[in-house]
Ligand binder design. Sequence first.
Ligand SMILES: Cc1ncc(COP(=O)(O)O)c(C=O)c1O
Length: 414
Amino acid sequence: MNTQPSDKKKDLLKRYGYRFGQMRLRTMSHLGLDVFETERFGCYSKDMDGKLFLDALSVQGVFNLGRRHPVIVEAMKKGLESLDMGNNFFMSEERLQLADKLAETTPGDINCFFFSSTGSEAVDLAIKVARGYTSRPGIISATECYHGITGFALSTNSNPDYVEPFGPLVPEFSHVPFGDLSALKNEMTEKTAAVIFEPMISEAGLLIPPDDYFSGVRELCDAHESLLIIDEVVSGLGRTGKIWGIEHFEGVVPDIMVSGKGLSAGMYPMAATMFREEVADFFLTYPFCHYSSTSGSDLGCVAASAMIDIINQPEFLSEVNRKGARLADGYRELLKRFPDLLESYGQLGLHTALRLADSSGGFRMNHYLAEEGVFALLATNDTSAIRIQPPLIITDDEIDKILDALGRALKKMN
Ligand SMILES: Cc1ncc(COP(=O)(O)O)c(C=O)c1O
């Protein structure tokens, strides 16, 4: 097989490295992922030299509905006849329609919204409001977490690769091991504004906490009059077989939830911070404390409304669960075949990860899967794990292709 890039691609890669950074490009080349996407459809994208990649990551949920889902493309084409981003100072029917639809899906009285462009911004707003609403500074997050790249979101992070060059970060942020209630109890004080967690941590290779963890977290937050922020940027919108990941923890209503990535089906940058009514009252005192020129764009709202209609269709979530179970069956077979290489797997719907015995196994797996034409991603906060989060519209046949590729990759690692 000719793995040498064409002359055209070589030239583009050279220019790309110069414009966007050599080290980043070198790393991607090393992993076999120096891809210039041309065609993109369903669960696939094609490199300019013709290699077809099966997407087993969907950019952690951006492409939950695959690439250029025809219903979303049509909705946006129609939107383009009369809309643009919209003037963010004015009201917008498209924005209101999206808020109404989201409110139908969110737990409890999480009925109030602010739309942004990225998950990081949406997390920043959640933290700002928690601090403003409680008049306290303290934010507690998980040691293993990732919530984004902007100021407040970045400060929740403890991975030196992300934070080391930028210190000192925002003060009064601290970390506790995920899933450990007594550690959280010890960390909470009368200065704690909020606790922010994902329902299950993606960046650390899918850490799923005990069933009673979040009811305990909720109780601790109530006892300290602190807010509970749940980051659903990856786990939301059907990924785990429920619309929101936190629904796996019965009866737990967060004070603030954050969504992003797949919210507009990979067609327009869009994220949401979602508040309980009482918390949203903060904006009565500070109505203009936070806004962004491109936030809550009308075209993004059109795409997002069409996306919600799709994931709300009967059978959508049961199909996600059925396909997740098919993937997990395959993982169990692989664990039997490669007991020395594979340690365990995690799975909720199509939110899955495989943990290898070797602490850097995720890198090698990433490389070998790319050779097999499958794009997945190691977990950056636990490089022994590889995240497999395919589009939710994946077919049984495509799931089997991922499993076959995993089997072949593991054989090469043996
Ligand atoms: C759990 C979680 N929260 C927030 C973010 C930040 O979202 P964005 O990359 O859109 O800024 C990410 C990004 O991967 C994420 O995984």
